[in-house]
Design a protein around this ligand. Sequence first.
Ligand SMILES: Nc1ncnc2c1ncn2[C@@H]1O[C@H](COP(=O)(O)OP(=O)(O)OP(=O)(O)O)[C@@H](O)[C@H]1O
Length: 246
Amino acid sequence: MDKAIICKDLTKQFGDFKAVDRITFDVEQGEIFGFLGANGAGKTTAMRILCGLSFPTSGSATVAGFDVYKQQEQIKRNIGYMSQKFSLYDNLTILENIEFYGGVYGVSRSEIKKRSAELITTLSLEKEAKKLVGALPLGWKQKLAFSVAIFHRPKIVFLDEPTGGVDPITRRQFWDMIYQAAADGITVFVTTHYMDEAEYCNRITVMVDGRVEALDTPANLKKQFNTHSMDDVFYQLARNAKRSGD
Ligand SMILES: Nc1ncnc2c1ncn2[C@@H]1O[C@H](COP(=O)(O)OP(=O)(O)OP(=O)(O)O)[C@@H](O)[C@H]1O
């Protein structure tokens, strides 16, 4: 497998409306790839296709070498997914959540036992392991959710606004975990509305009205748009957008 993700002219229409309009990009293995766009730009729609949850209308894409039309099940087995909206079960303990998701992803019982002990130590959650996830502060929930999303050692992890609503320090710690995952060879595909997080990505795309309007490293984009701030790059690209989800 050369590239983690290859998208060519990927399009998703709902009736006449092109939610995703001929997007083309590659993501390298082990890369942290940021997927930015204003509300309604088409990020979630594209991500759902890449996660094997929805079919495109036209164009092509492979994820971890698997085809989004024909190999959705293989894609699902080879990726991890985390979003603010869908993550852990509040009414299960930390340990039960880890065991549950490990099982869903087909990790063996002995491996689950070994890895969950390691994980709880790494996160310093020894005292909380048998407490309900619902009792954890949001920032900790998100760190745990990320760890669970990569528990089965997927090739790629998709993060849909993973740090929404948490404070900057916890966000920073969350990003340390993302860097560690990338250093371990996991490709990270992340959507965010936070421009400081965009700066942490190796490369970013900015989507506007279903299209990829820019794709480069944060440094190159700032150069190209003649500014020192990613906020400004984003503003220059998104200000003429016709869509807004709000
Ligand atoms: N099932 C659907 N049927 C019709 N239109 C849809 C459907 N799903 C999404 N859309 C539309 O497609 C566009 C892109 O939506 P999408 O959720 O992908 O945007 P987004 O970039 O993820 O936005 P946000 O940041 O608000 O999550 C929006 O205009 C949305 O209303």
